[in-house]
Design a protein around this ligand. Sequence first.
Ligand code: GLU
Length: 417
Amino acid sequence: MSESINPFEVALKQLETAAKYLDLDSGYHQILANPKRVLTVSLPVKMDDGSIRVFTGFRSQHNDARGPCKGGIRYHPGVTIDEVKALSMWMTWKCAIADIPYGGGKGGIICDPKHMSVGETERLTRRYAYMISDIIGPLTDIPAPDVYTGGKEMAWIMDTYSIVKGNFVQPEVITGKPLPLGGSLGRNEATGRGLAFTVREAAKKLHINMHDATVSVQGFGNAGQFASKLVQDQGATVIAASDSKGAVFNREGISVDALVKHKQETGSVASFPGSKSISNDELLEMDCTILIPAALENQITDSNAKNIKAKLVAEAANGPTTPEADDILYKNEIMVIPDILANGGGVTVSYFEWLQNLRREYWTEEEVNNRLDKNITKAFLDVYDTHQKFNIDMRKAGNVLAINRVVEAMKLRGIWP
Ligand code: GLU
């Protein structure tokens, strides 16, 4: 993440812009500018060498007008309270766009999971779960995976929560769980799959033939890998990909399966056979049809936006483009499928997982994928219609649509007392 850009300021700026289009009452604007609740927790952990280290964690609950707060938990050395607050606001918009009955939440711990043992990570995770256990719950706030967390951490959180809150199993308190604990088929691939569905719909609007399309992917983690695979299945050719250790390029095309295998074996996409090593800037500014930022925030900024050559930017990461960059891309007629739409497949299948847990019934992968397709295609078309109606870029359109849905719910509920 670029150190100088505060994601919460970006989120507030986006809210302000959308508020103008909606002629939003200043009271509602103020409510939405502040998360409903933010908890900071101090987490002592016994490290493997016998020492005690104290970590800091957060959980931000932005808004629950439409349903329980929902959103992931990230482990990263760069986590800040403002980042978590911004991400929780984006979750509120994301759930509203997907039209699923949730508000927005987000959690994070300042830590470096790549340099922690499994035991240390488990003790940290359980302590965090315990410390937030009074504000999360199946009907209040349902966490999920995010950057550098996954099924393993979700299982520990479910177990800790279940033990401290009545000692009976409560799978519906968290999503993104492993299958044997009530996880949903299709959840692991959901963010990438949802993104590929939005790319398919955008390609129709932009008259892009997927068989002629080339793709550059920044961030070859879970979302980046599945998104690449699925756009490749639609006919596109992936020509560049990166991770935190390097970026590779081959104009003739890179087999996604082979690159996934290479990364599994070596820990990185770097030195993939037959490819040329390139810089992160070269990857973002690649002459390609579709750019998929799937890493962290603030990657496309006012300093590089003018060099972006893709026709379509599909945001798998949260917050990869700054508002200044958005304006430049829009002027250059580059369509951005904003994060809160493009990566909404993850939380949508989290919703399906939660429904399955509450009903103690399980769906086939085909059913999950079909429902996801229907849901996210409708979300894309809703945002696209708003973009045409207001003559604004897709991000502003997504925000306008989402904020309108949230404010509608808040007005109907009223302000109490
Ligand atoms: N962390 C993911 C996101 O940013 C998933 C959230 C969820 O499934 O609740 O959308």
